[in-house]
Design a protein around this ligand. Structure first.
Ligand code: KIV
Length: 277
């Protein structure tokens, strides 16, 4: 290539280099307006498959399709110009073989312009992570509570609270780091284990219900804004938009019924000098 290319978005090596440094700020995001608002303050936006539950009211993430991920990722890419955008590979799009995972992940990158994808699973996903990264697809891994396994585990269950679970989870972390993942989400994991993993692998850990020691933190945006009526324990609500939206809609309904809305400032008068028909 003759011309040099300037990346204006945060890059994978920049995120990777934050290991042990200033914590990496991450949030999920599913649409353009919010992407534009978050872009100034976050390093990484995840178009997570949690959008199936948050945006579409599904009970689990299992019904989310590649087309749904691509649709929302395109919207986020239009809104954000600075943050690194990672897109979740949905259930059924990467588990069968590394080749199928490559084809689907390449489609996600080509159609959305995102920088990286995320896959769930530790040691069992390592071969796929290696295959993708060796072929130009940066991968963020996701271990601990992995929502796509919910039908096997029988619920969204925290991992590592019993020390007998530690060796397998530590092996997962090592396997995905060795395979070339540039970062890993640690979800729903006992704090001492999340801290131990963070200090034992060379790639950034991004915690959600994990540990303040992680190299970064992520939350589902709607949870931290107070839109989830039953947020998990690990959520801190920075706003209470659920209540505010309800109050706003209540006021609007009252104004419509009393004809207080629309007001003079909300209607279009005729041009000066013309009379209405
Ligand atoms: O889909 C999602 O929102 C996620 C986060 C919980 C990390 O994977």
């Amino acid at each position: 290539m003759s011309a040099s290319v300037e990346f204006r978005r945060t890059t994978v090596p920049e995120i990777r280099a934050r290991k042990g440094g200033t914590p990496i700020v991450c949030l999920t995001c599913y649409h353009a307006h919010t992407a534009r608002l978050l872009d100034k303050y976050v390093d990484l936006l995840l178009v997570g498959d949690s959008l199936g539950m948050v945006m579409h009211g599904m009970e689990t993430t299992l019904g989310v399709t590649l087309d749904m991920m691509i649709l929302h990722a395109k919207a986020v890419m239009r809104g954000a110009s600075r943050a690194l955008v990672v897109v979740d590979m949905p259930f059924g799009s990467y588990e069968e073989s590394p080749e199928i995972a490559f084809r689907n992940a390449a489609r996600v990158m080509q159609e959305t312009g995102c920088t990286a994808v995320k896959v769930e699973g530790g040691a069992r996903t390592a071969a796929t992570i290696k295959y993708l990264t060796e072929r130009g697809i940066p991968v963020m891994a996701h271990i601990g509570l992995t929502p796509q396994m919910v039908q096997i585990t029988g619920g969204f269950k925290t991992k590592g609270r019993d020390p007998s679970e530690w060796p397998a989870l530590e092996e997962d972390a090592k396997a995905i780091a060795d395979a070339g993942a540039f970062a890993v989400v640690l979800e729903g994991m006992a704090e001492p284990l999340a801290s131990r993993i963070t200090h034992s692998i060379p790639i950034p850990t991004i915690g959600i219900g994990a540990s303040p020691e992680c190299d970064g933190q992520i939350l589902v945006m709607e949870d931290m804004l107070g839109l989830n009526p039953k947020p998990p324990r690990f959520v801190r609500e920075y706003a209470h938009l659920g209540g505010e939206i309800e109050e706003a809609v209540k006021a609007y309904a009252a104004d419509v019924k009393s004809r207080a809305f629309p007001g003079r400032e909300n209607i279009y008068p005729m041009k000066k000098g013309s009379s209405g028909g």
